[in-house]
Design a binder for this molecule. Structure first.
Ligand SMILES: Cc1cc2nc3c(=O)[nH]c(=O)nc-3n(C[C@H](O)[C@H](O)[C@H](O)COP(=O)(O)OP(=O)(O)OC[C@H]3O[C@@H](n4cnc5c(N)ncnc54)[C@H](O)[C@@H]3O)c2cc1C
Ligand SMILES: NC(=O)c1ccc[n+]([C@@H]2O[C@H](COP(=O)([O-])OP(=O)(O)OC[C@H]3O[C@@H](n4cnc5c(N)ncnc54)[C@H](O)[C@@H]3O)[C@@H](O)[C@H]2O)c1
Length: 463
């Protein structure tokens, strides 16, 4: 491979995850010579250890729930409920999905003409990247090495104490699981494990689960989890986790303990910025380890950009894609619009799902002086009743009537994230949405109905 490595490129990208490969693809479309340095597998966390494998697990979990509910819906099954989970078949399903997407991505990158250099890269100087004994000089460099799970001091990972990486490798679903951290990763994997038969306890140090989203969304998730037989403890921190050959013991700040077969540590992900030569090359890092950038993703070193999870903000694959595209266009001189974190949709998967785009009611009030919010209960939405889900949709408007935020909770509402994004990003007013005929029966009608209420012309809602 070494002889194929060019000595010079317009753009060298360090890391072939969501941000890095998007920059490579867009850079090639714009005629840049691109080198992509990746030490592991193209696709990064999202494809191999994140978005895709976890949603594959959650799909199996949803099927298990449906089988369990089948009798109540009038289906006479020969086996009553879910008899068990075949760990290897479950894994095979996930690997089929990931493998197919991985092959597709490799083909896309190859067809683009970007040169992929396998190995660990390092910034040698602002315009130079080292890989093994080679140095590639570059007009511009994008640092996109992502993030990794935080493991608190004193916690030793093993068969019984895992992060999301280890959770996906478990041979079987744990019998009793304790989840440390009640935010996105904890809730998604906890939800899947519950559906697949585990006894699940979630422990969140802050006052509520999903602490960074609208309070009503977290409260709805908590109620749904309780109905599903899960235990949710909030306002108490985990202070220690110890494993023995037969179990794991979790110590809490209120001096109680919990026993588990497996403990999932989901307390956040830290940027992977050490040992990359960044500080030495003049790239300023924040105390948190994130790379300091301006809104155009430029670092303190000339010609060096950063994108994806190592830039402060929501750690999401679609934000990474947007960063990568932005940096390629910036280098090509297209003067693109900076990526606005406020418009990055946030979705938590599981049962129920949560969608949040734009500002909450409180945030709108702070930013614009006042806010109007309408909540439409999914109890009035035919499709949601058919699917057997509860939940709600909220539209928040500013004083001038423009929609500032859209938030939903309920099974399958992730599919409404696109509509929510357009309503906020295209600066719609509730009256614009209220006149549009939303397809019946769909969950999208909940957004149309909420807009109708805000526009003063409710249909399936009490005025
Ligand atoms: C369990 C889990 C579930 C998730 N689910 C979702 C979801 O549903 N939706 C969503 O939007 N986001 C999700 N995320 C977050 C998403 O995976 C990340 O936001 C996204 O992968 C970030 O992209 P990135 O390019 O910044 O980094 P990464 O995808 O982490 O890519 C960085 C790449 O850099 C490589 N690398 C690191 N150092 C070097 C080096 N020195 N030299 C060469 N290569 C290097 C790594 O091998 C890696 O391939 C999830 C994350 C996890 C952990
Ligand atoms: N669907 C998605 O888009 C998706 C899915 C998974 C992950 N992700 C991304 O991955 C990143 C990491 O997710 P995460 O959930 O691990 O981290 P997070 O930082 O979002 O949340 C960690 C949670 O752990 C809690 N916590 C920390 N220490 C604790 C302790 N000692 N005891 C109890 N609780 C404690 C925190 O209060 C916080 O709520 C997120 O930024 C998220 O955006 C996204």
């Amino acid at each position: 491979m070494a002889e194929l490595v060019p000595e010079r490129a317009d753009l060298v990208v360090l890391g072939g995850g969501s941000a890095g490969y998007a920059a490579a693809l867009r850079g090639r479309q714009l005629g840049l010579e691109v080198v992509l340095v990746e030490e592991d597998l193209l696709g990064g966390t999202c494809l191999h250890r994140g978005c895709i494998p976890t949603k594959s697990l959650l799909h199996v979990a949803e099927v298990a729930d449906q089988v369990r509910e089948a009798a109540a819906l009038g289906l006479v099954a020969t086996v009553d409920g879910v008899g068990g989970v075949d760990g290897s078949a479950l894994r095979a399903h996930r690997e089929r999905v990931v493998g197919r997407l991985h092959r597709g991505l490799q083909a896309l990158i190859a067809a683009s003409g970007a040169v992929v250099v396998p190995g660990r890269g390092k910034l040698v100087a602002p315009g130079a990247v080292g890989v093994g004994d080679r140095t590639i000089t570059a007009g511009n460099v994008l640092i996109a090495t992502g993030a990794e799970p935080i493991v608190p001091a004193g916690v030793t990972l093993g068969d019984r104490i895992v992060t999301s990486d280890g959770a996906l490798e478990l041979p079987e679903v744990p019998g009793r699981a304790v989840i440390v951290g009640g935010n996105v990763i904890g809730l998604e994997i906890g939800s899947a494990w519950r559906s697949l038969g585990a006894d699940v306890t979630v422990v969140e140090a802050r006052e509520r689960v999903l602490p960074d989203t609208d309070a009503a969304l977290g409260a709805a998730v908590r109620r749904a989890f309780r109905r599903r037989g899960m235990v949710v403890r909030t306002g108490v921190a985990v202070t220690g986790v110890e494993a023995s050959p037969t179990s794991a013991v979790v110590s809490l700040g209120d001096d109680t303990t919990l026993d588990a077969d497996v403990v999932l540590v989901a307390v956040g992900r830290r940027p992977r910025t050490s040992a990359l030569g960044l500080a030495e090359a003049g790239v300023r890092l924040l105390d948190s380890g994130h790379v300091a950038t301006d809104e155009r993703l430029a670092t303190s070193a000339p010609g060096v950009f950063a994108g994806g999870d190592l830039v402060v903000g929501p750690q999401l694959a679609h934000r990474g894609f947007a960063h990568g595209v932005f940096v390629a266009e910036e280098i090509a001189g297209l003067a693109p619009m900076p990526v606005d974190d406020a418009l990055v949709p946030r979705v938590t998967y599981g049962s129920p799902e949560v969608v949040s785009v734009g500002l909450t009611e409180d945030e709108t009030r702070t930013a614009h002086g006042s806010a109007t919010a309408t909540t439409y209960d999914l109890a009035g939405n035919g499709r949601s009743l058919i699917l057997g889900t509860s939940g709600h949709a909220v539209i928040v408007t500013r004083p001038d009537g423009q929609i500032a935020g859209v938030h939903l909770v309920g099974d399958r509402v992730s599919e409404q994230a696109g509509a929510a994004l357009l309503m906020v990003a295209w600066e719609s007013h509730a009256a614009d949405v209220a006149v549009l005929p939303h397809a019946h029966p769909t969950q999208s009608e909940a957004l149309g109905e909420a807009a109708m209420v805000l526009a003063g012309r409710p249909l399936h809602a009490h005025s």
